[in-house]
Design a protein around this ligand. Structure first.
Ligand SMILES: NC(=O)c1ccc[n+]([C@@H]2O[C@H](COP(=O)([O-])OP(=O)(O)OC[C@H]3O[C@@H](n4cnc5c(N)ncnc54)[C@H](OP(=O)(O)O)[C@@H]3O)[C@@H](O)[C@H]2O)c1
Length: 339
């Protein structure tokens, strides 16, 4: 499979290095010529879970440059969400007939790209792998996670299985017949655990202990879940059951608290990735997380005032008009009073 990986950041660099280490001929695209030259000089090194590898990066080039191997059977899009949506149209032109574009961002990126590009070239991808980049070319795998792939329309396909076998040489890859459900399971947590933690400047375990934090979590999650259901998605179980107990389903008043406690145990101590984006002055992915919920909700006639207020708050932080703080959670609540 002639393969291009676009984006030599944490996930793209890790995947490229592990594939190259198996002897697979992979081309890697950077944003610009400087980035390509740097990687050619340094090579790619991975440490951490899954073992260490160190490889040369012979076929690395700027994304607009001469990419060895064009046209590609598989293009893995490993940039952040906004870059993925911007660069995807010109990448689609580099696909061989029947080739697949595999975005691996969180949130609504796969769906947005499928609508934007049409023609069924988008194969859904979602990463549960955790990776960091210490410096260009130097990566650490942080967990034993996997890459999930699947058709946006649902069901199984031969191409999903081929991609699983091909990339499975390097990392664990699973195929799901319910890709949209898997996207929503992660999106529900990104909307609430990650974004609210970033706004509060803390972990979920801390903010959920404050009454405003708990109320905001509940309303954000339930709003996003209503949009998921209205879209026809069936969120599927990851670490935690994605659909909370209903108030009167016979499991008693403590059932929702127990469900929430499971989420805190699984995700409550992680530093939100969006908070790291704030600290580094980087564009966040909120437009494809809570912003995606708002746009889809509008389209489906589901009100999403809390998620809209969250997008506003993230925008204010990004513009330097506010700083992450627990008090911002109260401001978000005030901006989205109960209907
Ligand atoms: N890292 C994780 O553990 C993890 C886990 C789950 C999901 N994800 C998701 O996976 C995606 C990638 O995450 P990441 O952590 O790997 O991000 P990252 O470290 O920021 O890497 C993104 C890379 O893409 C490059 N890039 C941007 N625009 C480009 C373009 N037009 N052409 C070529 N390269 C371009 C960036 O270059 P510049 O530095 O020049 O901008 C950067 O090297 C995100 O959507 C993230 O939410 C990540």
């Amino acid at each position: 499979m002639r393969t291009l990986i676009v984006g030599a950041g944490a996930l793209g660099g890790l995947l490229a290095a592990r594939l190259l280490a198996t002897g697979a001929p992979v081309c890697l695209a950077t944003r610009d010529a400087r980035g390509a030259a740097r990687l050619k000089a340094s090579g790619l090194k991975v440490t951490g879970v899954g073992g260490a590898v160190s490889v040369e990066a012979a076929q690395v080039a700027p994304v607009d440059g001469d990419l060895a191997g064009t046209p590609f059977d598989l293009i893995v899009l490993a940039t952040k969400a906004h870059d993925a949506v911007e660069v995807a149209p010109k990448l689609a032109r580099r696909l061989a007939p029947g080739g697949s574009l595999l975005p691996i961002q969180n949130g609504g990126v796969s769906q947005v790209l499928a609508e934007q590009l049409g023609g069924g070239c988008v194969l859904g991808g979602l990463s549960n792998l955790g990776a960091t980049m210490a410096s260009p070319g130097v990566y650490e795998q942080r967990n034993a996670g996997h890459l999930l792939v699947g058709e946006l329309a649902g069901g199984t396909s031969e191409r999903a299985e081929r991609v699983q076998q091909w990339l499975g040489r390097a990392i664990e890859v699973r195929v799901t017949p319910n890709f949209r459900g898997a996207v929503w399971s992660k999106l529900l947590l990104n909307c609430s655990v990650t974004t609210l933690g970033a706004i509060a400047g803390t972990t979920m375990r801390e903010y959920i202990a404050w009454p405003e934090g708990r109320e905001l979590f509940d309303r954000t999650y339930d709003e996003a879940l209503s949009v998921a259901f209205a879209s026809g998605a069936r969120p599927e179980r990851m670490l935690v059951e994605p659909v909370p107990p209903a108030p009167r389903d016979g499991r008693g008043p403590g059932a929702r608290d127990a469900w929430l406690e499971e989420i805190v145990r699984s995700y409550g101590d992680l530093k939100p990735s969006m908070l790291q984006d704030f600290e580094r002055g980087r564009t966040t992915e909120v437009e494809y997380i809570n912003g995606y919920v708002v746009r889809l909700g509008r389209h489906l006639g589901v009100p999403t005032p809390v998620n809209a207020a969250i997008v506003e708050a993230v925008g204010a932080i990004t513009r330097g008009e506010a700083a992450p703080a627990p008090s911002l959670l109260s401001r978000v609540l005030q901006a989205s009073p109960h209907g």
